[in-house]
Design a protein around this ligand. Structure first.
Ligand SMILES: C[C@H](O)[C@H](O)[C@H]1CNC2=NC(N)=NC(=O)C2=N1
Length: 101
């Protein structure tokens, strides 16, 4: 089943909820929900990515990301919906919960 894309209004609401709970905010750019995570080491960054990767497989929803040393740049979108869905906000909240930042 194709996931439902969120409306601009729903996206604004979800973004606000998400950013209430964290120091570094997520931002919406086009069809993407983006954030840069800054860990203190490569090990911390890669540990985070490993935990997110296991979750991503479990929920069949995968991040676009790059890693340089302790930095992980994350961009979430739902390709099947050509936009943002609950799945993106759910994975973003999971990342915030487990990042330890
Ligand atoms: C076939 C498979 O379920 C789909 O291609 C899934 C896999 N992971 C996915 N991840 C993301 N971010 N968007 C998708 O639309 C998506 N689709």
């Amino acid at each position: 089943m194709e996931p439902n894309g969120l409306s601009q209004e729903e996206i604004s609401m979800r973004l606000e909820e998400l950013n209430d709970a964290c120091e570094v905010p997520w931002c919406v750019e086009g069809d993407y929900l983006k954030k840069q995570f800054a860990f203190k080491s490569f090990n911390a960054a890669f540990g985070f990515m490993t935990r997110v990767a296991i979750k991503a497989e479990k929920v069949d929803h995968h991040p676009e990301w790059t890693n340089v040393y302790g930095r992980v740049d994350v961009a979430l979108t739902t390709h099947d919906a050509d936009g943002l869905t609950e799945q993106d906000f759910s994975l973003a909240a999971f990342m915030d919960r487990i990042s330890g930042l």
